[in-house]
Design a protein around this ligand. Structure first.
Ligand code: FES
Length: 131
């Protein structure tokens, strides 16, 4: 874990009402997902609480339900609130996504205290669904 703010992306990289995945070390799989709603941006570790370290997206940058009101896990369809990562429907009902503290400047997004397992270099690859 690093306490230094870590550049994740530019604000404009996330479309309004959209989501993207980013790799904190800028290589390997996207281990953090970001969702933008107006001026607010929410960040979570890209791991589903239902299955250890299974990534949520069904393709690159696709982390939302069809109506874009929830974060969705592609593996078994769990739905999470965007604002707090709580699972409202699915096999991990009541569990939460792991939040990533963000520092958002006028045009850039930084992550704080991202856990070591969210980096590609010291973790095992998940055998879950692809992100
Ligand atoms: S792995 Fe996410 S709902 Fe099962």
């Amino acid at each position: 874990m690093t306490s230094e703010p870590l550049f994740l992306c530019r604000v404009d990289d996330i479309g309004e009402g959209g989501s993207i995945g980013v790799a904190p070390d800028h290589r390997g799989r996207d281990r953090v997902l970001l969702v933008r709603q107006g001026q607010a941006i929410y960040g979570y570790i890209n791991n589903c609480p239902h299955y250890d370290r299974a990534p949520l997206g069904w393709k690159k940058d696709a982390f939302l339900s069809g109506d874009q009101t929830r974060i969705m896990c592609a593996a078994h369809g769990a739905l999470f609130t965007i604002t707090d990562g709580l699972c409202e429907l699915g096999p991990c009902l009541g569990q939460r996504l792991t939040p990533v503290a963000l520092v958002i400047t006028e045009c850039e997004v930084f992550g704080l205290d991202i856990p070591e397992f969210a980096y590609g270099r010291s973790t095992q690859q998940s055998s879950g669904a692809a992100a």
